[in-house]
Design a protein around this ligand. Sequence first.
Ligand code: SAM
Length: 307
Amino acid sequence: SRQGRERNLHVPVLLQEVIENAVQANVAGKVFVDCTVGAGGHCQKIMELGIFSRCIAIDKDENCRKFLEESNLTHSVRFVQGSFAKIVEILTQEKVTSQDVGFILADLGVSSMQLDNASRGFSFSHDGPLDMRMDLSQSTTAWQVVNQSSEEALGNIIRELGEERKWKRVAAAIVKERQRNPINTTCQLANIVCNAKKERARYRKIHPATLTFQSLRLFVNSELNELNTFIPMALSCLGPVGRLAIISFHSLEDRIVKQTFKEYAEKSEFRILTKKPIVPSEEEREVNIRCRSAKMRVIERYPKGNE
Ligand code: SAM
């Protein structure tokens, strides 16, 4: 089935490394909070260990509910649609106290199911509407950003969130094009970017539109803001000797994780368990292209007097 195929597509990244961190935390009988459950790859393997009493599985994407329903973990996993930036409200509503929380995982970005589903509009290799929302109940779409932002605002997005060197040309080309006709699809946008940069997709290892698409996705889903809100919230939800692990996929995200962990480790009862981020092994890199930029950082609540 299409669902089955989609389910098989998302390969959980750094799975062994995530599991090792989960088992080393103070977990017996505690709650595992999967903040980005996706297709449930990490969630399933972690719950199968049998050490956590239950799991609160969060995702912005309502479609994740059905992936979990297909697994046989429904008795111990509770799905909540929402942003992980709301982790405090979500756990309160689920009657989980911070004493109960042993392990929190956030595996950032989009899933293969989202990327490969043309109708979600995340990808320049599958033509679809310019959408890019992880949360389909949200009103702002990539279409609005592309067709309705000022040239200056678009330029800022592409420069700051995409770190695209040719941001000015790309923004100007988008604005010029949309004066004639609205830009409706991902392939249309990708072509405009290629032309603006005078680069052709098939001659390059990395598609010329990659950074522009990344910037729009980050903007539409407020990804960096949500990450900034999330980390302090998640740390406040962590029980004694509980751990928070975050897997990021590009430098803008990793910088936020690294700096926020550092601040907390300096001033309060936390210690960083990853001086250097954990990255995928050679073997994993060979079998899963998507994992290549992954970096995992882990921090632990370490009550004073335990030293
Ligand atoms: N670990 C999952 C697995 O093994 O199947 C894959 C997770 S996938 C890389 C990232 C997921 O996080 C996507 O499903 C996306 O919708 C979700 N997501 C991203 N940002 C989010 C946020 N701020 N709040 C909740 N979910 C978010």
